[in-house]
Design a protein around this ligand. Structure first.
Ligand code: ZN
Length: 417
């Protein structure tokens, strides 16, 4: 009996214990629930701070729309030039949010060497089953009062050489730092470009940053006034600059408030850097006419083709701190290989004055007068004094006919090419 009684007691005890454990679990669940509820209502932040997003420049602004599902943080600088670009990014983020996806935009900002403002935006788009991160950037030079696009931070050929051929539009964002430039590519890849190792790729002009151009940045003296509704032509001068002839041409152009494009040879640029700087400052366009005027159609090595432009680019950048946008192949001679290698607009001409053959200002003028049209690209050579002298009558003749004398860049800008 005693044995039985013992086992009875044991059963009762076990029941109590189970009940207590059950109650205990329920209490714990209730307490955790209550704490979680309190935490969520009082402290929970659906948009937590990201420690990597340090904010050293601009006034932090934060906006949240819980209903639409977006939160944006961005800096305000009280300077329309940079604030407008930032607003664009912010507005796009807000618009990207919808019932299915939440958008969080955060940023990090800094001032580099007292005048470069670099803002990197990190946009996180969350939907039920995935999270996507996109980087964007706004870079601004306070000293020059200008926004810095990729091609004013890095020189033309950085992509071919450093980014394994990635195109400009693969670059999602650029961040300027004291020691390097950080490139954000598609798929969250990044590429670090150290100033110390890659000075020839750097387009920034700051004495603290190694680059091929270490002088004060050049600015264009006067802003051009172009009426897009009136006809325009581009005078283009090849093979210079030449200290014996080019300055006289520049004087003539200035006298008539006319602009032109100079397709320069690298070998001549190297020996006349001041002349190159003058051409730039007077508002003309500088184009690349290769290093030493070789026939590209005869070249079978792609590296040789590119090196002939790269070397001239370097010389031009070294002289004026700017890269040429357009190239003109010597003799207008190209090949299939050339077209594959040269990833830049090759500019030929619509009027060949044959000035190198006639050396006759009257004949040059007659050809231009006969064929000129809205959008004409006129081929001349500023290494020949007759061509330079012809401009004394050609320019007033063209202006009298209502033509504005503009650069190749201008022809592109106004849709003439
Ligand atoms: Zn030429």
């Amino acid at each position: 009996m005693k044995k039985y009684s013992n086992s009875y007691h044991r059963t009762v005890n076990l029941k109590h214990v189970s009940l207590l454990i059950g109650l205990g679990i329920i209490s714990i669940v209730v307490i955790i629930g209550a704490v979680w509820f309190l935490y969520r209502t009082l402290f929970y932040d659906p948009f937590p701070e990201d420690a990597s997003m340090t904010k050293q420049a601009g006034n932090l602004t934060q906006e949240i729309d819980d209903e639409k599902g977006w939160m944006v943080r961005y800096p305000v600088f009280d300077d329309a030039a940079i604030d407008d670009s930032i607003s664009q990014i912010v507005d796009e983020s807000k618009e990207a949010a919808d019932a299915d996806q939440q958008v969080v935009l955060d940023y990090r900002s800094k001032v580099v060497y007292d005048h470069y403002i670099s803002v990197l935006f990190k946009e996180t788009v969350k939907s039920e089953d995935q999270e996507q991160i996109v980087y964007r950037s706004v870079n601004y030079d306070k000293k020059q009062k200008q926004l810095l696009k990729v091609d004013t931070i890095l020189r033309n050929q950085y992509s071919q050489d450093l980014l394994d051929g990635a195109a400009d539009n693969d670059v999602k964002a650029v961040e300027i730092n004291e020691q390097n430039v950080l490139i954000y590519l598609d798929g969250q890849q990044t590429k670090t470009i150290d100033y110390s190792k890659n000075k020839e790729y750097i387009a920034l002009t700051d004495p603290n940053i190694p680059s091929l151009y270490q002088k004060e940045p050049l600015t264009v003296e006067k802003t051009k006034e172009i009426d897009p509704d009136k006809p325009m032509v581009a005078l283009t001068f090849d093979d210079g600059p030449n200290p014996n002839t080019t300055p006289q041409l520049l004087d003539t152009l200035k006298k008539y408030n006319a602009h032109a494009t100079f397709f320069m040879l690298g070998t001549n640029v190297k020996y006349n850097p001041e002349l190159v700087a003058r051409v730039y400052q007077e508002g003309h366009e500088i184009g690349n006419h290769s290093w030493e005027h070789k026939d590209f159609a005869r070249m079978t090595d792609k590296d040789e083709i590119w090196a002939n432009y790269q070397k001239a680019d370097d010389a031009i950048f070294e002289a004026c701190g700017h890269d040429p946008t357009h190239v003109r192949p010597p003799y207008g001679s190209v090949s299939e290989l050339y077209n594959k290698v040269v990833n830049r607009d090759s500019i030929l001409w619509s009027i060949d004055t044959r000035d190198w053959e006639s050396h006759d200002p009257k004949a040059i003028q007659a050809i231009i007068e006969k064929y000129v049209n809205d959008g004409s690209v006129i081929l001349l050579h500023d290494i020949h004094i007759d061509s330079v002298e012809a401009m004394e009558t050609v320019i007033p003749m063209l202006q009298k006919k209502g033509y504005q004398l503009v650069t190749i860049d201008d022809l592109y800008r106004y849709g003439k090419i």
